[in-house]
Design a protein around this ligand. Structure first.
Ligand SMILES: C[S@@+](CC[C@H](N)C(=O)[O-])C[C@H]1O[C@@H](n2cnc3c(N)ncnc32)[C@H](O)[C@@H]1O
Length: 304
């Protein structure tokens, strides 16, 4: 398998073509274990998702639409059944200290949280992260929907979790009072909190909370591939950087345009992507090649 130099070390990147359920069963028989699984499945939109492809440049450019993936289902129960089987398979592949992050939207997150509680155990629930984004307002007599939900579950709640503390900037009011210095909590004789004291050390910021404000990919952003539902690299950077160490392996069984693989390579993690859409595989291949990353491609029909 090829080794690719990244900023942080070497990354092995695998892309498996096919349905992720048999693909994950195959990985399990190979003895593969991953420290993090990120799942960004179809959201039960009941739509066929198309990718707009541009041909040519400038004024001569033309556009055509190709099928990216089909998110149409007979009913919601059928969707849940498919999702639950995948979550069980993902859990099997997690290492003892591993964790899963399931990316869903508010129309199904409550059903899938109950499913995850059943599959992982309620005590394995770690976080519900709200990804809040800004986008062009929709025409609706309702509040604008501007968040997705990321459900994080650990494989074994009795073990120290794999977790790298990330920080966000100090609040402007804190900076106004304390500057960028780290504060120490102080307590009076009666044990009650009194005014904190300032240290000489610079503060790393505030330990990151579970509401993340990250912009959606701008129409003209360089990272945009045209693949529908592509997630911002900045979102994946947070997920991968907080849940793995360099040299760990990340699994993305709904790889789409390859965002997880691209980010994993930049951060020096190994990664395995799976997708059954030829368009997703094509976009991922081209994206990683453009970034100078080597990819080992396998198809379910030819592996093993
Ligand atoms: C929401 S998109 C993922 C987008 C991705 N996170 C990105 O940043 O581009 C979901 C992907 O899952 C794939 N998919 C859906 N069901 C699948 C299955 N059973 N096996 C493999 N891939 C599947 C679709 O082809 C689609 O590319």
């Amino acid at each position: 398998m090829s080794q690719v130099a990244s900023e942080h070390g070497t990354s092995r990147l695998r892309l498996v073509a096919g349905d992720n359920l048999p693909a994950m069963a195959r990985l399990a028989t190979e003895g593969v274990r991953v420290e993090l699984a990120y799942l960004d499945p179809p959201f039960f939109t009941q739509r066929l998702h198309l990718r707009t492809v541009r041909h040519g440049r400038g004024g001569e450019a033309t556009r055509s639409k190709v099928t990216a993936f089909d998110d149409r289902w007979p009913n919601f129960d059928a969707y849940l059944e498919v999702m639950e089987a995948r979550i069980v398979a993902v859990r099997e592949l997690l290492s003892d200290q591993g964790a899963m992050v399931l990316h869903v939207d508010p129309t199904s997150s409550h059903y899938l949280k109950v499913a995850c509680d059943r599959i992982f155990g309620r005590d394995a629930f770690a976080s519900e992260i709200v990804w809040r984004y800004r986008r062009w307002p929709a025409r609706t007599r309702n509040f604008q929907r501007v968040h997705d939900v990321l459900l994080r579950y650990v494989k074994n709640p009795r073990l120290e979790p794999r977790f790298v503390q990330l920080y966000e900037p100090l609040a402007p009011s804190t900076v106004a009072t304390w500057g960028q210095a780290k504060q120490l909590a102080a307590f009076g004789r009666d044990g009650r909190r009194v005014r904190s004291t300032r240290t000489d050390e610079a503060s790393p910021g505030v330990p990151m909370g579970d509401v993340w404000e990250i912009g959606v990919i701008a129409p003209v952003a360089r990272e945009r591939t045209g693949y529908p539902t592509q997630k911002p690299a900045a979102l994946l950077e947070r997920i991968v950087a907080s849940g793995t160490y360099p040299g760990d392996t990340v699994l993305d069984p709904y790889c789409g345009s390859g965002t997880t693989l691209a980010v994993a390579a930049t951060l020096g993690r190994h990664a395995i992507g799976i997708d059954q859409s030829p368009e997703a595989l094509r976009v991922t291949r081209e994206r990683l090649a453009a970034a100078g990353r080597e990819l080992v491609e396998e198809s379910l029909a030819t592996t093993g």
